[in-house]
Design a binder for this molecule. Structure first.
Ligand SMILES: [Zn+2]
Length: 80
């Protein structure tokens, strides 16, 4: 066993992304205007969705998305 005590909680597979929130209250869902928690990069640009619409379009967009950034889990930890 190593003596490292840095528990960074990194995923064991895939690239490591920072957990820093990249979306702010100024980012709005393209469909309904609610605060965006999901950012999808596609060939034509960037799409922003709230958690609801992100889930709704995930199946359709995942096929063409270059990257899928999902901060909807913040909804569970951001009490209002
Ligand atoms: Zn929406």
């Amino acid at each position: 066993m190593s003596t490292g005590e840095h528990g960074t909680g990194r995923a064991a597979n895939g690239s490591v992304d920072t957990l820093e929130p990249q979306l702010t209250a100024a980012d709005r869902c393209d469909s309904c205007g609610a605060q965006a928690y999901i950012r999808v990069v596609v060939k034509s640009g960037e799409l922003l969705f709230c958690a609801h619409h992100g889930k709704k379009y995930e199946e359709k967009l995942s096929a063409i998305a270059h990257s899928w950034h999902d901060e909807s889990s913040r909804l569970l930890t951001d009490p209002r």
